[in-house]
Design a protein around this ligand. Sequence first.
Ligand code: BEZ
Ligand code: FE2
Length: 407
Amino acid sequence: MKIINASWVITCDENSTIIKNGAVVYDNKIIDIGPKDFIEKKYPDIEIISLKENSVLMPGLINSHVHLEFSSNSTTLKYGNFMNWLNSVISFRDQLVEKATTKFISQKLLKMQKTGTTTIGAISSYSYDMDACIKSPINTVFFTEVIGSKPDMVDTLFTDFKSRLDNAKKSRSASFIPAIAIHSPYSVHPFLLRETLRLACEEKLAVSSHFLESPEEFEWLHKDEGSFLDFFKNFLGQEKAVTKPMEFLNQFKNVDNLSFTHCVEASENDLDKIKELGATINHCVTSNRLLNNSKLDLDKLKTIPFSIGTDGLSSNNSLSMFDELRNCLMAHFDKNVIDFSKVLLKAATKNGSIALGLNKGELTKDKDADMISLILPNEVEDEEDLCMNVILHTKFVDSSIIGGKNV
Ligand code: BEZ
Ligand code: FE2
């Protein structure tokens, strides 16, 4: 058991509590939290870690949606239009994935750790990222992904999916949690959807799916029209979408920990259904911008929680959550910068934990002791401005604690 104190403690709890000169008592879980003087009197004779002047202690950041296998992309893929991007992914994916070795992905994970991430939701298309995730101190919810809409391929694809999922399950630990990703409503055959979700429900695995990321996807799913029609005709010999959006969503009943990524073209009915399903929306604002998709209308979410994902380097120039948070703060220019910063820190911690079905993301009693500390360049005059200044000024963290251990 240890005490760590800081000039500021941002709890990211329900009430967004901030403690000036605060302290946290922890082992692998948070044991207590409060003002430094009170905590140090209440727990005499235990080791105290005192962080520097202008220090901030907060929950580790949770990147709820990332594709590590595409980490070798920087200048290869085409941005600016969703179809052009998708075609470029199909042309270059083998080449990109081949370059993303375990060593390469491990370097990216280390950089993510140094930029404040303590937990990721890793969408794995091939399981080539599994070893790097297992070796990293970062907690991983490892989403084995299923993809494929061609009827004559579904048996083979399901067998491959099950074998990859079984492999992930063999490495299950407190910091490596197997889960299931459905690629999207347009790319997954109803049989695969039904069977993978049956497994998820039986085995209580978290589930995540991309959903209505682009106008092209909307046109295809609702009307079997638009630029997806040519793509599907040429690539897969199909002229009709395999599922309608609402039919797709209706399959996800009984999944305990559920998230949908993007949802920028989701209708009010879709959002009502997502709410009813108890799902979280993974908001990937940089990815949406780079592919010239729409920006998620956060006001339309009402009470649906949203979390923050970088997506992969296939549609982002950075896997740093602080870079992503800054982009998000700038992109949503209609929101008040001070108030929205508080919302964003909670999205990147507490809501990420909800999306992934974890017991993290808040500095409150009994939550996992995943914490980051950072040093602000100067004193914060007004407590109101703390969260905004954390987002504006943090490039790298000072230290990270995962499961109570310094990493
Ligand atoms: C498919 O297998 O149906 C698919 C794969 C990638 C993108 C779109 C569709
Ligand atoms: Fe994605």
